[in-house]
Design a protein around this ligand. Sequence first.
Ligand code: IMP
Length: 193
Amino acid sequence: MGTLIFATHNENKVKEVASVLKHRFEIKSLSQIGITQEIEEPFNSIKENAIEKARVIHLLTGQDCFAEDTGLEVSVLNGEPGVKSARYAGENRDFDANIDKLLANLEEAADRSARFVTIICLIRNGEQQIFEGECKGTIIAKKRGTGGFGYDSIFVPDGDNRTFAEMKMEEKNNYSHRKKAVEKLATYLQLQP
Ligand code: IMP
């Protein structure tokens, strides 16, 4: 079984991705390989930040690795919080504060449609590949559920009436932006010699 480094400190993301790839690859998070430093997300696009994170970790380790960046894009807010999703309410990346700010900004909104977008950047044998996944849904007015992370408790994916935070991880994976991007990554890797 091959090993891939996943350039993240977010253990929720590691669990979600490892649950998709577990029979095919051993996934190692940054903490598992002894990297504790925060990886910067300096750019104004999800794709550029995913590429940057993968490049930094590839430079540090010299090993095959991938990074992902995700944003929640709300239609009536012209795609915000988008690339700013992690720091929507301020630099300290507070999930609850981000949700409160988003709900306040949507108080009067009739259109509550949104989508999660995930971009994965893989660097394998020094070559870069990009994979994308999206999940469309609705932002509800009040948090529901205790599972997951980030904006999960206010996002109901199209085709269901539960929030991501009310689902088991496997159920979230039936809809998830991240799962769709990871499946594309897995398919690509399987086709490689
Ligand atoms: P990043 O990709 O770690 O920069 O995440 C951006 C922001 O979106 C963070 O606040 C995350 O918590 C949030 N986020 C990323 N993925 C998800 C998800 O699957 N569900 C809910 N929130 C997410």
